[in-house]
Design a binder for this molecule. Structure first.
Ligand code: FES
Length: 152
């Protein structure tokens, strides 16, 4: 039996960039089973707009204070998956991002690397960013006072 669809799929109607699609279909640094994962910091964020959730786990190099690993899991949409995947790459590439710099990472910087997202999907792109900040704060709270910094 042949199914008739009301709307025909057209490649050009898909508003996501090639990079967004790549990170959605091949998300980097996803952690599906965290039962034995020893994180230095954990952060959770939820979107009041759609009710989706994000969790981020980080491992920090104690000497350099750079992020060595950034794992995540979400029940969010394609935009949340792609933007958090990109975020996890950005904070771990080139030897890892300093936690001071990472806590100030802006969603706009992630969107730039993704080649943009539709405006109505902006709230999805901040989930990973918020959870990362929570994870860094969670880590910082366990450190001596001088390292505990809030986002500017
Ligand atoms: Fe909920 Fe995108 S619609 S994360």
């Amino acid at each position: 039996m042949k199914i008739k669809y009301k709307y025909k799929y057209k490649e050009e109607s898909w508003v996501y960039s090639r990079i967004v699609k790549n990170h959605f279909f091949h998300p980097r640094n996803v952690l599906l089973d965290d039962a034995h994962y020893k994180a230095d910091g954990i952060g959770v964020a939820g979107s009041p707009t759609c009710g989706d959730m994000m969790i981020v786990w980080i491992k920090i190099d104690k000497k350099s204070r750079k992020i060595k690993e950034c794992k995540w899991r979400t029940f969010g949409c394609a935009s949340a998956i792609a933007s958090t995947s990109m975020m996890s790459v950005m904070v771990t590439e080139k030897g890892g991002m300093d936690i001071k710099k990472a806590i100030n990472l802006k969603p706009q910087q992630i969107l730039e690397r993704l080649g943009g997202l539709p405006d109505r999907k902006f709230h999805c792109s901040v989930l990973g960013d918020i959870a990362l900040r929570e994870a860094i704060n969670n880590y910082s709270k366990k450190q001596p006072k001088k390292y505990a910094k809030k986002r500017k």
